[in-house]
Design a binder for this molecule. Structure first.
Ligand code: AMP
Ligand code: ZN
Length: 477
């Protein structure tokens, strides 16, 4: 099936191509490890994992690199406050991050390099940039000359003139152009440092991803991902550096996930409006967090609300009750129901089609819920041949390869979610919001969504009452 991806280089959805047939070189910018991650960071992680899984499910071989930024100002500052070694501090949060990724059911990346382990490659790339005339050294600091880049601004669509003159902060007078950026900086007293041809120091932020991509993927990558905030300057600078060093196109397709917002603003440590992944996962499970994040297209903004959490819990319960029921069903010696067999085959095709359409996980989940309804209604209630049962089990396992939405122990997860019941009263505005949405779904003839909403409310013991005047009331059973 042909994969299409919205490529931010062209701002268009395009047929996805790879340098080597069927083999994807994929890079995703990973976290800076100075503290526990929040659920906004989780969006970037889960979207990277979604791309990885979908490409595997569609039959690609994927070489996937996701880095850890373990050398950075924020890490050094936090470690100094705590009076610990910055690299020890960073490693502690690499380990914590790995635990959260496991809870989220993420597949391991092929390579997970750290800056501290990539210094020779970083230094060699900076030397290439200088030798190719795009970098210059001032007092032990190395800068990138943006005027030497091939079309600086081609990803973010920023105009270099505007960038040069729009600088509000006081410009470093050592720079040739105001928009030039740092490749290597000298270490201040007490900071970690590495030896380099320009003195003791450490890399600027952007060069690490250029060096790591080259080390594990080669000079040209097929797909590069990160949060939308990274498009400028980080990704723009990665392109400038890699193309100046390698004299080759750096990346053919750029995909960015939108923000997860809290209130009207981006969830972010610096704004202080964060929910940590760890706290959320401990209460609700990684599966609920994954469900929340997959139920919206990666290019759509997403508001973190209680309603979204409630909805995801119901969805996760539905998926895992189904997984349990299916695991208990034994095949019978009976003819295959050919209609049901065709419907299962069609589900796999429709599901793949959604995912191949710019990783539309929300659409694919919708297909999966229709599939659950079909199997429950037409198959699990009667005898089923081994041919049909095998096909269903294959379809579920294929869906799980692509979405990772089924926990390996459904019973344990259901128990955890069961324990949440009674921990809060039903939120009337949530129910009324769903009733409104159901009305709209019905008037749009979107019966699938209307049924989903009714089921969702029913699972919460809420019944709908159709009044004579056309209005709808609700009550707890
Ligand atoms: P950082 O640790 O800040 O470098 O962020 C790691 C990744 O998380 C980057 O890809 C960011 O774009 C992403 N990220 C941070 N905050 C959010 C958010 N609120 N919504 C979506 N992605 C985010
Ligand atoms: Zn990066």
């Amino acid at each position: 099936m042909e994969l299409k991806v919205h490529n931010n280089l062209t701002r268009q959805k395009e047929k996805f191509t790879t340098v080597n047939p069927n083999e994807v070189k994929f890079y995703s910018c990973g976290p800076t490890t100075y503290d526990f991650l929040h659920v906004g960071n989780a969006r970037a992680l889960v979207v990277g994992d979604l791309f990885h899984r979908v490409m595997l499910a569609l039959g690609y071989k994927v070489n996937f690199v996701r880095n850890y930024t373990d050398v950075d100002d924020k890490i050094i500052q936090r470690a100094n406050e705590l009076k610990v070694d910055p690299l020890v501090h960073a490693q502690r949060f690499v380990d914590e991050c790995r635990k959260d990724m496991d809870s989220l059911g993420m597949l391991p990346a092929t390579h997970t390099p750290k800056v501290s382990e990539t210094m020779p490659e970083i230094i060699s790339m900076i030397s290439d940039i200088i030798n190719n005339g795009a970098g210059y050294v001032v007092e032990g600091e190395v800068f990138f000359n943006v005027l030497k880049a091939d079309h600086y601004g081609k990803l973010s669509k920023k105009d270099l003139d505007g960038l040069q003159h729009g600088q509000r902060v006081e410009v470093d007078t050592r720079k040739i152009n105001p928009a030039d950026f740092v490749l290597w900086k000298p270490a201040k007293a007490g900071e970690p440092f590495w030896e380099s041809p320009w003195g003791k120091g450490r890399p600027g932020w952007h060069i690490e991803c250029s060096a790591m991509a080259k080390k594990f993927l080669g000079e040209t990558v097929d797909l590069h991902h990160g949060g939308v905030d990274l498009m400028f300057p980080h990704h723009e600078n990665e392109i400038a550096q890699s193309e100046a060093a390698n004299k080759k196109a750096f990346c053919n397709c750029w995909a960015h996930n939108e923000f997860l917002n809290f209130g009207s603003e981006k969830m972010s440590k610096s704004l202080g409006n964060v929910v940590t992944m760890r706290a959320f996962i401990e209460k609700y499970s990684g599966q609920v967090l994954r469900q929340i994040l997959l139920s919206v297209h990666y290019r759509a903004r997403f508001d973190w609300t209680d309603e979204a959490i409630e909805r995801a819990i119901q969805d996760v319960v539905r998926i895992h009750e189904f997984a349990l029921e299916l695991s208990k069903k034994a095949p019978a010696n009976c003819p295959t129901d050919s209609e049901a067999l065709k419907a299962v085959e069609k589900f796999v095709l429709d599901f793949n089609e959604d995912l191949a359409n710019d990783f539309n996980s929300a659409g694919a989940l919708g297909q999966f819920f229709s599939f659950i309804r079909l199997v429950r209604r037409d198959v699990l209630v009667k005898d089923v041949s081994s041919e049909l049962l095998n096909k269903i089990v294959y379809a579920v396992s294929h869906a799980n390869t692509a979405l990772g939405h089924i926990h390996k122990d459904p019973a344990a997860l259901l128990k955890q979610l069961e324990s949440l019941k009674g921990s809060g009263d039903v939120d009337a505005s949530w129910v009324e919001g769903l009733i409104e949405e159901r009305k709209k779904a019905k008037s749009d003839k979107n019966w699938k969504r209307a049924d989903e909403i009714r089921d969702e409310l029913k699972a919460k013991n809420i019944v709908l009452i159709d009044n004579k005047d056309g209005s709808i009331a609700w009550k707890m059973q």
